[in-house]
Design a protein around this ligand. Structure first.
Ligand code: ZN
Ligand code: FE
Length: 258
């Protein structure tokens, strides 16, 4: 879940926590878009100078909701040129877990930006998807992330090559399995043009068969979306063959059977 620090989410962490408590959730995690070394890298993330404020906002949510466990995390953008920056971010606080996400491919192409739909014009879909999955594999190889975020975000506008994509998914999922990290079912995709959760069912089935770890995320950018469609997400996980999911604390995970 996000906070106003990224400038495109609304509601303070304590409001997300209130909503979680109302829904009967016992544990939530904040994964704000992590800073980049350049303050003008883009305009949809917290600044480096706001990292302490982020922690304070989470402290406040904790104080206001003592019955709720609040996990502290970041959603970190993976770009190959920023590997040292990412490693350093990971060391700054005792994060409970870290999500690695790819929102940029090629020459800093922000392929999922809602205002940049036109940037897809003339793209070779096979090439774009191949590049996206290559970058996901690189993000796993960095060895910092516990969870790879929305691992088919590239479908966000509904541009997907036809047919079987297992040749793209398999090397990625093998890397995830090898590193003993997790993917997530992210219900945020339901709000996007693609109209479905990330990732698609066939990818999930492959992941379950390979024994890849799984978590759940709402990717909430407003308090009303906390835990959104989690019943459907759990049903999808079970239907895909998963028998357990992962919980994180202090950089370690435990597997919880359904
Ligand atoms: Zn966001
Ligand atoms: Fe994301």
């Amino acid at each position: 879940m996000h906070t106003p620090l990224c400038r495109h989410a609304v509601g303070e962490p304590t409001e997300y926590a209130a909503q979680a408590a109302k829904l009967g959730l016992t544990e939530i995690g904040f994964t704000e878009h992590a800073p980049m070394p350049e303050e003008d890298f883009d305009d949809w993330r917290m600044l480096e100078s706001e990292l302490d404020l982020y922690q304070e906002k989470l402290d406040q949510a904790e104080q206001d909701h003592p019955g709720l466990t609040i996990r502290r995390s970041l959603e970190i953008d993976y770009l190959p040129e920023y590997e040292n920056w990412i490693k350093n971010l990971a060391k700054r606080y005792r994060w409970d877990y870290l999500i690695g996400s790819v929102h940029y491919i090629g020459d800093k192409w922000s392929f999922d930006h809602p205002d940049k739909r036109d940037s897809w014009e003339g793209k070779d879909l096979n090439q774009v998807w191949k590049e996206y999955y290559c970058r996901l594999v690189d993000s796993v190889s960095l060895g910092v992330f516990d969870i790879i975020g929305h691992c088919d975000l590239i479908k966000v506008f509904g541009d997907r090559p036809d047919g079987d994509l297992s040749h793209l998914w398999r090397p990625f999922l093998e890397a995830v399995k090898q590193s003993d990290i997790a993917i997530e079912i992210n219900t945020g995709g339901l709000q996007k043009p693609c109209g479905e959760m990330y990732p698609e069912p066939a990818l999930l089935e492959m992941a379950a068969e390979m024994g890849v770890g799984l978590t759940f995320g709402s990717d909430a950018h407003k308090p009303e979306r906390v835990g959104d469609h989690f019943d459907a997400a759990v049903a999808l996980a079970k239907r895909s063959g998963f028998t357990e999911y992962r919980r994180f604390a202090g950089g370690q995970y435990e597997s919880v059977p359904f």
